[in-house]
Design a binder for this molecule. Structure first.
Ligand code: HEM
Length: 181
């Protein structure tokens, strides 16, 4: 358990969290940037791009869910009064928003009128009958959420950048006194 975790266990817990953080960041940025380029291609090419986009989105969902569980399970990044610190709140807000974004993406694909296969085999477009109205509605929601996420990623990056110059590590309750992701 986290309460009795040795220093090396603790280090391992943070290392796993950090690896997941960077893996998630790379693919989140990939989807946030490439999503806008999905339109305007021929259908055959678009299907391949959406196979990649939906597969990456599904991986984001899985990684975020696992990392959320990992943080809670091992009580990571929980300085006293963390909820009073905007930077920590932004980090926590990411989890539900990213999970929601992936679910909205699935609904866009479900109502779309051509085949969307996550990883080439998850039949997202077969989840519901084609419905252009609902597809447009969820695509708009997907777009709005993408802008919210882009704003949060930029805010988070700016905050980490600031922290490189302001040493407030003393306010953190981490037992491993190294950089935080
Ligand atoms: C957190 C993960 C995801 C992010 C950050 C993301 C981001 C984006 C962005 C920025 C767009 C462009 C929106 C626009 O053109 O207005 C987009 C489009 C789209 N996304 Fe995602 N997405 C994610 C997950 C998913 C998933 C899991 C699926 C499906 C299973 C999906 C399906 C789609 C579809 C169908 C489109 C519309 C393509 C088009 O018709 O142009 N997305 N996504």
């Amino acid at each position: 358990m986290s309460g009795s975790a040795s220093a090396s266990d603790r280090k391992f817990h943070y290392t796993v969290a950090r690896v997941l953080h960077w893996a998630a960041l790379v693919i989140i940025v990939f989807n946030l940037l490439s999503g806008w380029r999905l339109d305007g291609f021929e259908l055959d090419i678009k299907k391949v791009l959406l196979m990649i986009h939906s597969g990456v989105g599904t991986s984001i969902f899985a990684i975020m869910l696992f990392r959320w569980w990992w943080r809670r399970r091992h009580n990571l990044y929980t300085p006293p009064g963390w909820w009073k610190r905007p930077s920590m709140v932004i980090q926590w807000v990411f989890y539900p928003l990213l999970l929601t974004q992936a679910i909205i993406g699935v609904t866009v694909a479900a109502f779309i009128d051509y085949e969307v296969l996550g990883f080439g085999f998850i039949p997202y477009s077969s989840l519901a009958a084609d419905n252009p109205g609902l597809q447009q509605f969820f695509l708009q929601s997907h777009t709005i959420m993408a802008w919210i996420l882009i704003t949060l990623v930029l805010l988070h990056g700016a905050e980490r950048w600031r922290m490189m110059f302001v040493d407030d590590i003393s306010t953190m309750n981490v037992q491993e006194p190294t950089k935080l992701p």
